[in-house]
Design a protein around this ligand. Structure first.
Ligand SMILES: [Zn+2]
Ligand SMILES: [Zn+2]
Length: 99
């Protein structure tokens, strides 16, 4: 069985790696679901209890200013906002990272 002998190492590697790949895929799915949850809401809650609007006028660190939802990729520098600041107490809340 030369064919089996040739593909046996790959089969063993796939069997050994599949639980790790499944965990990585599960983690990615969980992060994507958390990101989608925040991206579909119009406001989030700060530690102080105050609601922080996610749909407003925003300025990217590159200077691009836009109106709409905070969680969107900047068309100039292609960055995604990582945090939002509360206008009541000044604390920042980390936003979920889809990666
Ligand atoms: Zn930008
Ligand atoms: Zn606050």
């Amino acid at each position: 069985m030369p064919v089996l002998r040739r593909y046996l190492p790959y089969l063993l590697l796939w069997i050994l790696a599949s639980p790790i790949l499944a965990l990585v895929a599960l983690r990615r799915g969980f992060r994507a679901a958390r990101f989608f949850g925040t991206a579909s809401r119009t406001r989030t809650v700060c530690e102080c209890g105050e609601e922080v609007a996610l749909v407003a006028l925003w300025r990217c660190s590159c200077g691009f200013t836009y109106r709409g939802h905070l969680l969107r990729v900047c068309p100039i520098c292609f960055s995604l906002p990582a945090m939002v600041r509360c206008y009541e107490c000044g604390l920042t809340t980390k936003l979920p990272d889809p990666r």
